[in-house]
Every structure is written in structure tokens, then in C-alpha cells.
Design a protein around this ligand. Structure first.
Ligand SMILES: Nc1ncnc2c1ncn2[C@@H]1O[C@H](COP(=O)(O)OP(=O)(O)OP(=O)(O)O)[C@@H](O)[C@H]1O
Length: 585
């Protein structure tokens, strides 16, 4: 029942729409139920007084009136319900998207993009169908069946005849109760395998260039084929049971008609009912078969949509791991000193700590360099600073404030973070650079940031300059250009703290030197953290920290570190050797 709360909440909110839809559909169906009665009366008149031009005119006008009123009211009801379905679709999609943005990296590391897309596409559509088509057909069916029953009882058709003829139709609920849950279970499986396919397709399309470069198209096709096969198997299992369900209902309808023809026909021959009664009864029963079949379809759709609703509800119930504390305050605006004390950290679910006993103090306006082998915990440290993962209470402070008690918005606007592979959106270069505040950042600021990132000269070579559109994930740019676009995005933010996480790794040595020089000019008085593998990118820092397996192995200035034996000096020697080699060749 919990799952339906989402749906019921929506229905409660738009009850007036539902109310008017029920009224319109109700009127249309009640009117429609007059149709067999009128034809029955016409048949009786034919038999008793014979056909007259007045009778033809009277009955045809009556039927026309029924047809027109039915059509108009039905259209109004149908339109209202369809509109509601669409409302649900877009409000739920928005809700899901808002929920997605609140979920942490930890969640995304476990769930693929395709899987999440599947919620927004397949599941929401399935529920929407049950709202519009389902609601529409159920209302029609219930009202039409009820009106038909009332009309039959009001006519002079004997009740025992009605009951006997309707008997097979009463088996329908039994079939529904028996097969419904099976349909739902199988639908859930179909939705899950659809999600897997979307996920696989997303990954395969994203990685198509790698696939081609490694010439492994065959393997990838096979892998994708397997996900498609699973869907086929699950779909077929669903189709088998749905078909059985849908076949059972018309069969019961036909059985009821057979009884009507035999029993009703016999009573007509015996003159115990009139020919008109017989005609109306047959038409009424015929009229009830379609709605009953529709109820079957609706229950089928409902079972499917309940499966989807279950998935959506489960997703919406996933709590955001990073939540603001109740008394969170914005960070002090001018604060730019960072103090890390006794910080140890293991990723959720992991037994090994990736950071151990980290103590760092970054005074305001200074630059900290962090170097270390791959996997030594450099990025993890930044993720904790940004609270992408929650650091232990009291371990990280900015200014005097524990970041655990700062509002997330203030923390993240306080820090400009440039990751190694900054994601570029498929929009213009200008919008990508001005990402932090697209609406307000002036064109000059965008140009200045691109100059600082040594990207300006590249951009002015493009025919549309800053208005150049980037393809999906910025494919039209080279690796170095993409990295510099991401750098410009970080520079433009002019945040009190700037973190470059291996952000100049894809540019050549000359460009790197220019960027670092520009950075030193522009960021005097502002705090900067530079993470790099190349010593040249951080040698000017006020303090350099060497991380090794999550611990601080060495610390000091470039000169101090060169003077002592250790990882830094050996890295320096290797890199110098490499540079000499490159210059010599
Ligand atoms: N989301 C995660 N869940 C579990 N373990 C993780 C996660 N992210 C990183 N790790 C592990 O944490 C360790 C440190 O990773 P981190 O990314 O901080 O290293 P790094 O020093 O930045 O490496 P690189 O120089 O290659 O970028 C690695 O062993 C990595 O496998």
C-alpha cells in the first residue's frame, strides 16, 4: 500500500480534475446504456404495430441524440484524464531529478546512468499509462456495467434470466485475483531487465570509441545481445500470462452470450418474454463484455504499473547520505584557512582506511601542493573537503568552523574544484566556462578566465569563438583543451579556496608553466591547493605534502624536500631525467 501513496497523494491533489472526469465519463456511459433499451423498444414496436415513418424518425433521432451526447461527454472525460496522466509524468520526473541531485557520489558509484534513466523513462511512463488509460477505462467500465445492470432490472426482463446469463461474468474477479500478482511479479522482472539494457546501451555508446579502437565490436555485440535476450525471455513470460488473462475474459463473455441465446431464445419462443426483451438482453450482455475485458486490461496495466511504482518509491526512499545538520550555518565569507586534524577515513563498506592521521594547516592566502603515487588518497582528501563523502566530525575546519556544521551550499560555493576530467556539457564554450553562474557572469569574465587557463588563443581560432557548441561530452575539443576549459570554469568562480586536482596533466610543459605563473599572479592572497603528479606543477607551493598509502610521508617546501632523501627527491630525479631525455631526443 505504501507504494500507492505516491499515486494517491497525486490523485488527492488533483481531486477536482478526477471528479469532473468521473462526472463526464459517468454521464457518457449512462447515456450509452440507453442504447439497447431503445433498440429493444424499437423491436417490440416492429413486432406489434409494424414499422411507420414516424417510428423510424423518432428512434433514429433518439439514437443520434444518444450518440452525440455520449461522444461529447466521453471526449471531455478522456481529455481530462489524459491531461492528468501527463501531469503525473512530468511532476514525477522533476521529483526524481531533484532526488537524483541530492544523492551522493557513493550512490552513483553503485548505480549506472542507464539504470537511473530507466526510472525516468520506462517506470514513469508505465505509471502514467495506468493513470490515464487505466483510470479512463475503469471508470467507463464500472459505470457502464452498473448502468447496464440497472437498466436491465428496470426493464421487464425477468431477474432470474438476467442472473443466469450474467453468471459466467462473475468468474472474472476470480481470474483477476488469481493471475494479477503473477503478472505483477513478471512485470517487475521486465522492468529490471529493461533498466539493465538501458544501462548497458548507455555504457556501450559511451565507450564506442574505445570499442572501435580495440576492434572488439563482436564481443560488445554479444554482451549487449545477452541483455536483450534476458528482456525477451522476461517479456515472453509476461506475455504468456497476460495473454491467458486476456483470453479468459472474452471467453467468459462469449459463454454468457451463449446462455442468453439458449435460455432467452427459449423463453421468447414460449412468449414468456418479448422479442424486444430478448434483443435488449443480448445487447446489454454484449455491451458488458467489452468493459469487463477492459477491466482485465486495466488490471494488467495496473499490476505492471504497481511494479514500476514500487521501483520509483524505493528510489525516492533512498536517503541522501550527505545531509545538512539541523544547525548548519553558512561558512564565514572571508575564511580561507583550512585546518585538518587527525583525519582518518575509509570508504563506506570498505575495511581499509585510505587516509590515516592526516594533519595539515593551510594558512589563508597560501598554496599547498599535494603529490603522491596513484591511489595514495589525494582525491579522497579533496572529496572530504567538499563533503562529497562525510569526513569524521571535528577533523576539517575552514576558518573556525567545522565543515560538518556548514551549509553544503556555502561550502561548495566557497571552494572552486577543478577535477582532472571535468565533465563538459554539450552546450557552448561560454556556458561551460560560466557554469557556476551562467546567468550573471559577464562575457569579459569568461574571456579573462579563458586567458588565465591559456585557452583564449584556441577559442579565437574557432569560427564561432565562445559560442562554439561542444559535442556530446566536448568531443570536438582535444584532451588538453577540455582540461583547460574545465580550469577556466574553476578560475572564473573566484572562490576563496581553489583546488586543482591533477588539472594540468594533459597540457604540455610550456603551457603548464604559463598556467601556473598566471595562477600565482591571480591568486595572491587566496588559498590554493594543487594536486599533481608532476613536480613542476607544484614546486612553487608554500608547503608540499607527499602522500604515501594514505599517510603523510614527507612535508616541506620544494627546496627542503629536495634536500632530504625520500619519495619526493626520487620523483624529482626521475622527472628531471625524463625531461632531459625528451629535450635530447
Ligand atoms: N568510491 C570509492 N569507494 C571505495 N574506494 C575508493 C573509492 N574511490 C577511491 N577509492 C580507493 O581509495 C584509494 C585512494 O583513491 P584516490 O582517488 O584518493 O587516489 P589518488 O591519490 O587521487 O589517485 P590518482 O593519483 O590516481 O588520482 C584508492 O585505493 C581507490 O581505489
Amino acid at each position: 500500500m505504501g507504494n500507492e501513496r505516491l499515486l494517491l497523494g497525486f490523485m488527492r491533489k488533483y481531486w477536482y480534475f478526477y471528479g469532473s472526469a468521473i462526472i463526464a465519463l459517468g454521464i457518457s456511459n449512462v447515456i450509452q446504456s440507453y442504447y439497447p433499451r431503445v433498440l429493444g423498444q424499437f423491436a417490440d414496436q416492429l413486432q406489434t404495430t409494424g414499422i411507420t415513418p414516424e417510428a423510424i424518425e423518432h428512434y433514429s433521432l433518439l439514437l443520434l441524440g444518444i450518440g452525440v451526447t455520449y461522444g461529447v461527454m466521453f471526449a471531455v472525460g478522456q481529455y481530462t484524464v489524459m491531461r492528468l496522466g501527463r501531469y503525473f509524468e512530468f511532476t514525477t520526473r522533476r521529483k526524481l531529478f531533484a532526488h537524483f541531485t541530492g544523492l551522493s557520489e557513493n550512490y552513483y558509484s553503485k548505480h549506472g546512468v542507464g539504470e537511473l534513466l530507466s526510472y525516468v523513462m520506462n517506470d514513469v511512463t508505465a505509471v502514467r499509462e495506468s493513470i490515464s488509460i487505466g483510470f479512463n477505462q475503469t471508470t467507463n467500465a464500472i459505470i457502464l456495467i452498473l448502468s447496464a445492470m440497472v437498466m436491465m432490472s428496470l426493464s421487464s426482463i425477468p431477474i432470474y434470466l438476467i442472473l443466469v446469463c450474467v453468471l459466467p461474468l462473475l468468474a472474472i474477479p476470480v481470474v483477476v485475483v488469481y493471475l494479477g500478482p503473477m503478472i505483477r511479479k513478471r512485470s517487475l522482472k521486465v522492468q529490471e531487465s529493461l533498466a539493465k539494457m538501458t544501462e548497458s546501451a548507455e555504457e556501450q555508446f559511451g565507450g564506442i570509441r574505445v570499442t572501435k579502437k580495440f576492434a572488439v565490436e563482436g564481443v560488445m555485440q554479444q554482451r549487449f545481445g545477452r541483455t536483450v535476450d534476458t528482456i525477451r525471455d522476461n517479456q515472453l513470460r509476461l506475455v504468456r500470462i497476460s495473454s491467458l488473462f486476456q483470453a479468459a475474459l472474452p471467453f467468459l463473455g462469449a459463454l454468457s452470450l451463449v446462455i442468453t441465446v439458449i435460455f432467452g431464445g427459449y423463453l421468447t419462443i414460449q412468449h414468456r418474454i418479448t422479442l424486444g426483451n430478448f434483443v435488449s438482453l443480448t445487447l446489454y450482455l454484449r455491451m458488458m463484455v467489452n468493459p469487463l475485458q477492459n477491466i482485465g486490461n486495466v488490471i494488467n496495466t495496473m499490476q505492471r504499473s504497481r511494479a514500476s511504482l514500487e521501483r520509483i518509491k524505493k528510489l525516492l526512499d533512498v536517503p541522501a547520505d550527505i545531509r545538512e545538520s539541523q544547525h548548519a550555518k553558512p561558512l564565514e565569507q572571508s575564511a580561507s584557512d583550512i585546518s585538518i586534524r587527525g583525519l582518518s577515513f575509509a570508504y563506506p563498506g570498505a575495511s581499509q582506511q585510505v587516509l590515516r592521521d592526516i594533519d595539515i594547516v593551510v594558512r589563508p592566502g597560501t598554496t599547498l601542493g599535494i603529490i603522491g603515487k596513484t591511489g595514495s588518497g589525494k582525491t579522497t582528501l579533496v572529496k572530504l573537503l567538499l563533503r562529497i563523502y562525510e569526513p569524521p566530525e571535528g577533523t576539517i575546519r575552514i576558518g573556525r568552523q567545522d565543515i560538518r556544521h556548514a551549509t553544503l551550499e556555502s561550502l561548495r560555493s566557497h571552494i572552486a574544484y577543478v577535477p582532472q576530467d571535468g565533465f563538459l556539457f554539450s552546450t557552448t564554450l561560454r556556458e561551460n566556462i560560466a557554469f557556476s553562474d551562467r546567468e550573471h557572469l559577464p562575457a569579459e569574465a569568461v574571456e579573462e578566465a579563458s586567458r588565465q587557463a591559456q585557452l583564449y588563443n584556441n577559442i579565437i581560432d574557432f569560427s564561432e569563438r565562445f559560442e562554439t557548441k561542444l559535442g556530446e561530452r566536448g568531443i570536438t575539443l582535444s584532451g588538453g583543451q577540455r582540461q583547460r576549459t574545465s580550469l577556466a570554469r574553476g578560475f572564473i568562480k573566484e572562490a576563496p579556496i581553489l583546488i586543482l586536482d591533477d588539472s594540468v596533466s594533459a597540457v604540455d610543459a610550456v603551457t603548464e608553466t604559463r598556467i601556473i605563473e598566471k595562477l600565482r599572479e591571480e591568486r595572491t592572497g587566496k588559498t590554493t591547493i594543487i594536486i599533481a603528479h608532476r613536480i613542476s606543477a607544484l614546486q612553487h607551493a608554500d608547503e608540499i605534502i607527499v602522500l604515501d598509502e594514505g599517510r603523510i610521508a614527507q612535508r616541506g617546501t620544494h627546496q627542503e624536500l629536495l634536500a632530504e632523501e625520500g619519495l619526493y627527491a626520487s620523483l624529482h630525479a626521475i622527472q628531471e631525467e625524463g625531461t632531459r631525455h625528451a629535450e635530447g631526443s
